[in-house]
Design a protein around this ligand. Structure first.
Ligand code: WT7
Length: 548
């Protein structure tokens, strides 16, 4: 990497796109988009530069500048990628929203993220956002990807704006510490937190692209994650482009046959996917390498939830390659611990810290102190020494929550893990109540709050119930208001109510009624106990349980 021309700082989009567009890779395919209906569109580095410049000019023309939030609610369509890169060029902040979110999570994120611009489609706008506009005073412009003409004040046609904008844009001076991405992640208590990432994160993306992903010139890379989650931006946009390789984008959702076909016909050489998808392949007893020509595939990586040792073995048998697990989280911005291609894989382990990252297993002593557990094989909190380039720089409007992540000179990840004598880390579980469903984080509080909005609901407690395919499903326990009787009809109504408000990615799949929910003496619902009872596990320490 070289920094911005004229020594004007470091900008992710310059490093990822313009640097190549202005050199020998100008006509190399940067993005290859596969539409769900069969269409294909290629963007060379030169074209991507022009398109993202146009988007940057659109923002500038609308008076959107440095630090302003630009949100996108869209499927994996080319405009999403162009908007992301154009937003970075304009030194605005890109905030993707997962397209399967319902109006409630969208509202929370647009509002808390101070979004000034929203890029979306007409259908999504009218179904999920239009009725919220009065409560989003900061949202000035909605750019519709599928409107040919402007529809009114603040409701503009993106294709028209792009067509009328110049392909030339000069990136303003960008400090490596300027904000670049805002990614919301779920907490156990309270509403989602907006993790702020800066342009300097590009250093981690570069290093992990090289040493973990193993990117080489000419590679064809496919990251199956949606940019609504950070894997889909750090590795679904930035890292492959930084390395000047071809990045495959599939608009469609999981489909085992389609995925095998893509791996074969696109000659994918490096594949980054998730345990949920791998387990789906395993369940179908598919052996892709027997029926498809996968000779171009060189490395397979997995992230997001524990990768069972059987999955690593399955990879070898069914794909002809082992699967390399790696670990990170929204807050770390990039991969921190990995089974590098250059080292022996330990099936079931997350691997070892990447160069420059110091990880440890620690034990909390008190509010301000932790102790590093030096002996191997002892379970504790997984901690990282702060200071790597892609570390989050804050939770937007949540100083206090940010500060609490750092104790005694360590960043506490919220995960429990062990380290073995050779320095490999092994995931044990979450230290909190966060739910992982299909690799996506769901905060129980967000779901409970929505259920409580229903007039029949007095209390709600939400847990992750283990599921062999998707890791965990969201399960809710509900206590009804006095005089309201549980019924199958009401249960279905609540499921429908939650789905409409939260969207399919977040809403509970199961709801059970209980006369009242277990609470501690402070009145807090004890999710831990709900979960133990659900799983038939020992109920543990009940000393804080309030009689109920
Ligand atoms: C949480 C982070 C993965 C980056 C994008 C999602 C869990 C992540 C692994 C793994 C076991 C994993 C952790 C982590 N997780 N990778 N290889 N093995 N668990 O980021 O939504 O912030 O989720 O996902 O619990 O803290 P995220």
């Amino acid at each position: 990497m070289e920094g911005l021309p004229g020594g004007k700082g470091l900008n992710i989009a310059h490093e990822a796109v313009d640097r190549h567009a202005d050199g020998p890779l100008r006509d190399h395919v940067a993005l290859r988009w596969l539409g769900s209906e069969g269409a294909t569109r290629d963007f060379t580095y030169g074209e991507l530069k022009g398109q993202s410049n146009r988007f940057a000019n659109v923002l500038r023309g609308l008076g959107i500048g440095k630090g302003d939030t630009v949100s996108v609610l869209a499927d994996r369509i080319p405009e999403l990628y162009i908007a992301a890169l154009g937003t970075l060029k304009n030194t605005s902040v890109f905030c993707p929203l997962f397209s399967a979110f319902g109006p409630e999570p969208i509202y929370q994120r647009l509002s808390k993220g101070d979004a000034k611009v929203l890029v979306t489609s007409q259908r999504r706008y009218s179904q999920k956002v239009s009725h919220l506009m009065d409560t989003l005073p900061k949202l000035q412009h909605v750019l519709l990807v599928d409107a040919e003409d402007h529809l009114g004040k603040g409701l503009l046609s993106l294709p028209r704006l792009l067509a009328e904008s110049s392909e030339v844009f000069s990136i303003p001076p960008t400090d490596p510490e300027d904000s670049a991405f805002l990614h919301f992640t779920s907490g156990t208590t309270g509403m989602p937190k907006g993790a702020i990432h800066v342009h300097n994160a590009v250093l981690t993306h570069y290093v992990t692209g090289k040493y973990v992903m193993d990117f080489h010139p000419g590679d064809i890379f496919w990251c199956t994650a949606d940019p609504g989650w950070i894997t889909g931006t750090s590795y679904g946009i930035v890292a492959p482009l930084l390395h000047g390789i071809t990045n495959i984008i599939d608009e469609a959702d999981f489909d085992a046959m389609r995925w095998c076909h893509i791996l074969e016909s696109e000659k994918v050489s490096i594949w980054y996917t998730a345990p949920t998808a791998i387990r789906r392949f395993m369940r179908l007893s598919l052996e892709p390498s027997r029926h498809y020509d996968l000779r171009h595939l060189r490395v397979i990586h997995s992230v997001g939830e524990p990768l069972n040792p059987e999955a690593v073995v399955w990879g070898q048998k069914a794909m002809g390659l082992p699967i390399h697990d790696n670990w990170w989280q929204t807050e770390t911005g990039g991969i921190m611990i990995a089974n590098f291609p250059a080292m022996e894989i330990r099936p079931g382990s997350m691997g070892r810290p990447i160069p420059g990252v110091e990880a440890a297993i620690v034990r909390r002593i008190d509010k301000d102190t932790v102790e590093v557990i030096e002996e191997p094989e002892i379970q504790g909190d997984l901690a990282l020494r702060p200071g790597w380039p892609s570390m989050f720089r804050g939770y937007l409007h949540d100083e206090e929550r940010y500060r609490k992540c750092f104790v005694g000179g360590w960043y506490l990840t919220g995960d429990l893990a062990k380290r073995d004598a050779d320095g490999y880390f092994w995931f044990v579980g979450r230290a909190d109540d966060i739910i992982k469903t299909s690799g996506h984080m769901v905060g129980p509080f967000e779901v409970e709050s929505t259920l409580m909005e229903h007039p029949a609901v007095a209390e709600a407690g939400v847990i992750g119930k283990p599921d062999p395919l998707i890791g965990e499903i969201v399960k809710a326990f509900v206590a009804l208001k006095p005089g309201i009787n549980p019924s199958e009809e009401l249960r279905l109504e609540l499921i429908g109510f939650a789905r409409k408000k939260l969207g399919s990615a977040v809403a509970p799949k199961e709801i059970d009624f209980q006369p009242n929910l277990p609470k501690n003496k402070a009145g807090k619902i004890m999710r831990r106990l709900l979960k133990a009872r659900e799983l038939g596990l020992p109920e543990g320490d009940l000393s804080t349980l309030e009689n109920n």
